[in-house]
Design a binder for this molecule. Sequence first.
Ligand code: NAD
Ligand code: LMR
Length: 329
Amino acid sequence: MKNPVTVTVTGAAGNIAYSLLFRIAAGEMLGADQPVVLKLLEIPPCLDKLKGVVMELEDCAFPLVKEIVATADPAEAFKGADWCMLVGSVPRKAGMERKDLLGINGKVFVGQGKAIAENASKDCKVFVVGNPCNTNCLIALHNATGLPSQNFFAMTQLDEYRAKSQLAAKAGVPVSEVTNMTIWGNHSSTQYPDFTNAKIGGKPVTDVISDTEWLKTTFISTVQKRGAAIIAARGASSAASAANAALMTVKNLVTPTAEGDWFSVCSFTDGTKYGLPAGIICSMPTRTNADGSHTIVEGLPIDAFSREKIDASCKELLEERADVADLLK
Ligand code: NAD
Ligand code: LMR
């Protein structure tokens, strides 16, 4: 039997967590042979609700779950964490952009970044879902003194799946036929779902979908605005699909990526790739190597159309960074 991996999930009594925790506990994220310790963080007013979630987890009698800790103390929650899944954050309401949440949510990631640095395993991975996830992740990174910047990630896997699903429907093929889908930039309405480098059945998307106008307009804006469309329809932001994407991001980050493919995740830029500015958490095409390390896929052609879209999203990330300068050490 392997040693347990400690997974800390914040916002553990919230909507996303309710779709996420049971799947982690069942072994869908780290593997069917990987025991886990679950550490669940909430704010004090939600501890009673969290107790109910813990009771339900217990009532599943998951064989892989070795221990469950439920707490409102970040130090206790992050103690020994190997994976810190930072979900806890206020979601936006209809009419808001995700960056409008920075004033409410940004400061949470100062305290959590510090608590992670002081308590988590020294090579823990930090994965931010709570919005605006890119800049919240940057805040956590700046405050987690001593942890390697390459261990910080934020989520655009949901956007990648949304893009794949739209392309598959347009082409009339199963979604599994769509590969090499990059989301560039920010998890926001400026993100760029890059159809120019994506493939359907191994062929360039533009060979399969001849309606270039649709690709350049409806496709991009549908993906960019899908979160808002779900809020409008459901009266609440995506939860089950977000949980699925969160689980799959971690799975992608721990599993060697299929030959020739990649996945989208936001990570810290070093200023040397694709003309992306240094020091932001930006979504890029990423591969997980056999030794568990991660590589940004290099050498993809970026045409003038793509360049403009990527630059616009990076500009927004730089603006968000400037807005939270007082939270960055
Ligand atoms: P929710 O309101 O149902 O749950 C959030 C939970 O976080 C609440 O239980 C709340 O008490 C808790 N929380 C708040 N501050 C906390 C703190 N400091 N420490 C620990 N817990 C805290 O919201 P949800 O639907 O689960 O969404 C959570 C976040 O995920 C939102 O910000 C949402 O916008 C974001 N989200 C991101 C993506 C993405 O693709 N990156 C997708 C969907 C949702
Ligand atoms: C999403 O993309 O569904 C989430 O980021 C929630 C939101 O605010 O759109």
